[in-house]
Design a protein around this ligand. Sequence first.
Ligand SMILES: [Zn+2]
Length: 164
Amino acid sequence: MRCPFCRHADSRVVDSREVDEGQSIRRRRSCSGCGRRFTTSEAMVLAVVKRAGVTEQFSRDKVVRGVRRACQGRPVDDDALQQLAQRVEETIRSAGVAEIPSHEVGLAILGPLRELDGVAYLRFASVYRSFSSIEDFEKEIADLREAIAGSASPAGDDDSGAGD
Ligand SMILES: [Zn+2]
């Protein structure tokens, strides 16, 4: 990053802050040549590598669109989809890498989607994991049941009078 005043090649970062909800980072730099200060802005690009080796920028909207399809007819509203997409992005960004294979985006979707809606999860998983037989569904449903049972409170039976 050359100094815009004297074209010197070296500069020192004196301050940096995330902007646009962490999508880009703004740095205040001090030129080591002339000492003047300037600001640079760098997008924190997160690239998704598709199967054919093509990369595209990660997009929450794309996650929402993909999941929305699986949620057709399910009681899942747009807020929930937005939250899910945000969680997916946080998971991916927390890995701290600039590039992520697209199947890992799918993986990051599965967890939160399973919590959100079991049926939507099965639909999404069936496409994502290319279920090819009824057994694939059966196994996934068994896992899902187990997960639901596991997340229930161990003292759940004491609340059996609740409801109505
Ligand atoms: Zn300079």
